[in-house]
Design a protein around this ligand. Sequence first.
Ligand SMILES: Nc1nc2c(ncn2[C@@H]2O[C@H](COP(=O)(O)OP(=O)(O)O)[C@@H](O)[C@H]2O)c(=O)[nH]1
Ligand SMILES: [Mg+2]
Length: 264
Amino acid sequence: MGRFHRHDDGTVHAHGDHEHGDHEHDAHEHEHGDHSNYGTGRQRIDVLESIFAENDALAAANRAAFDSHGIRTLNLMSSPGSGKTTVLQATLDALAGELAIGVIEGDIATDLDAAKLRGRGAQVSLLNTSNGFGGECHLDAPMVNRALPGLDLSGLDLVIIENVGNLVCPAEFDVGEHAKAMVYSVTEGEDKPLKYPVMFRSVDVVLLNKIDLVPHLDVDVETYVHHVRLVNATAPILPVSARTGAGLAAWFGWLRRFAGAPPV
Ligand SMILES: Nc1nc2c(ncn2[C@@H]2O[C@H](COP(=O)(O)OP(=O)(O)O)[C@@H](O)[C@H]2O)c(=O)[nH]1
Ligand SMILES: [Mg+2]
């Protein structure tokens, strides 16, 4: 799907039709399945719209499954290395005693992240996106649907889905979540909200991570916050360090409210 993108208004465009953001990798490095047989022009767009329609139908089914168990589900996204897994480790350590949490751990390959999250009081379902040709650069609703049997949904309060590290593709696929969160590290550069506005606009909360590193970097936290605000007027922006724990209380509070848990 990486050669094609859906816009906020639901229209689909092929790469080359227009500028859609800096993909930061060669389109052929991340194989999404070969769409070359789909023809050109209207025929190709019809196929892509039907792929998105299938995704949206399964996203609705996933959400219905979560809803039927009273579960709130969060889609956690970021570029690789921003700190999603580290944030999740701290989150499980702090909250797994009071909320029944399930994690769907999306990774192109390996169970390295899933291994870091096991033994912390949560259920963990590993979802590798490697398909023999490469690996998907995002999770989609059919993949999350296949991961659901890896969780016992009865009794869970909260499911967090760690998406594949990427600032473009994951924002375009509803996987059946109720809200989207992202981790944005101060090591990534202040310009990323401007370069990847679709991702930053799509999220309900932004964790500005690795603030422990600010004294060692030539960066200005105010500029990071300002640039997020330029593309997302409402999402809380929470400066945190998953390493030291600074600021994480605000994140835990956000999650408690999201999961409908009583405040502490
Ligand atoms: N200094 C510092 N390092 C962090 C922080 N959060 C994560 N890291 C490190 O950043 C690297 C990538 O983190 P990881 O959680 O695997 O990122 P992910 O790819 O988004 O899941 C690891 O070496 C983490 O230890 C933080 O708040 N401060
Ligand atoms: Mg990770």
